[in-house]
Design a protein around this ligand. Sequence first.
Ligand code: TXA
Ligand code: MG
Length: 494
Amino acid sequence: MKTTVIPVKHPMDPDDLYIPGQALAQGAIVAFPTETVYGLGASAFLPEAVGEIFRLKGRPADNPLIVHLLSADWLNQVAETVPDLFWPLYEAFSPGPLTYIVPRRNEIPDIVTSGLHTVAVRFPAQQAARTLLQAAGVPVVAPSANLSGRPSPTRARHVLDDFAGRIPYVIDDGPCEVGLESTVLDLTTDPPRILRPGKITARQIREKTGIGVVSWTDTPYENQLVRPPSPGMKYRHYAPGAQVTIVLPGRGQSIEDAFLTRLEESRQPVGLFLSEASWALIRGSLPGIKVYTYEGESDLAGAMHYLFDALRTLDEMGVEEIMAEGFAGEEASAYMDRLTKAAVEPRDCHRVLFVCEGNTCRSPMAEAIFNDRFAKRGAHASSAGLSVIAGQATAEKASEALAEWGIAPVSRPSRQIRAEAVREADLIVAMTENQRARLKHFFPDAESKIFAMSDFLDGCGISDPFGQALYTYRRVRDQLGSAMQKIIDRLILI
Ligand code: TXA
Ligand code: MG
């Protein structure tokens, strides 16, 4: 599929985005800018188009979407009722970067809300987004336009990095003003609770409307630490390939000193994200280091605006660790939330067991690829087979296909799956759905952590390459490679 990039010309005419708007209304996927981040849009009333969004992003089905509306006149298409306090909030903050959770209407497809009784609605302020909504004439679901788990896109280029050739339209209106996603506010509880921090803070809401809201993290209801109220909050997010370290100055320490101290302890190669003024003070002592700066002195708005671009850009420069400037205080809660999620290490949940038939081809390849990518970050894979001839070496062509990627093969002989390995694993991934069914049958206690590769590969299983040509092994390797990011994301529930 060819992706057409549509640049926005200013000043805009009302019918500038007529073509992508009509395409959207008829079921096409259109990526568009908002004041927060770029969104991946589909008509909220076309379940197939919404399903395509989940497939494209690799998004777990239990993570509902935000419905974008032009104004409150559109509310009754998706919301059953709105509480009285919606109106002063709407008056004060909409259009803008605030999302409201309200009771849903039954008519919206279940896939939009992941079956919840509530729906998230937002009224974007950016002119291009509003012109597109007007042209589409329908409510539009739009998650951030990134592959699940990756940093959100704040430029059209980021959208293309993740989706070029996979969606028909990207509307390009340059960098997003805010740079972090909207504040998500649940209006179905008393007091209302912020489920995801954003630019609009509890203090601003109190100051402008007199309404007191709390953060869900301060008032977790029972069980919600296991299953947070906003399903998206439980996933590891915003993560570049490199490890992220947050640099916050200690008492009496300058941010520059804090960076220098961390740098002394670090492994190379490192990339820094900080203000130009801070960089100017330390650059003399750090020749050759990779750096992404934003204009000015330590400034929260600048850091928010550039964070996601910095994570992606430093990653592309090939650094292994990104040290990013941290900020203190309530205004910084959204920024620190994103940074903390990007910095999560696979510490608490970190063992994957890959399972195939003979443990000579598919599962040892998966083990080697996973460990190559994630072992240095503390996650570890092993593998076993369901019907193993003990003591076989890894297939030669499997090793050859891995060598082409510079990955060392598994050197130990094949082994049969054992109850102990199943118990110790945090996540078990079989190559086919049939193997998944057998694993669940043999190990019913482990059922909830048993998956199949098709859960991470848009429904495709991985068939046995045993005895086939190198070409087939390469295909298996490529399939395994593309599932790995989703597997690590699933492993790390926070
Ligand atoms: O700024 C934004 O909000 C961007 C732009 C494109 O509008 N969109 C965005 O969407 O960030 P997404 O899908 O990446 O994040 C939506 C968040 C998720 O954490 C999701 O779990 C939560 O909103 N959410 C959606 N519907 C919900 C509901 N009914 N109840 C609780 N949380 C909900
Ligand atoms: Mg997102």
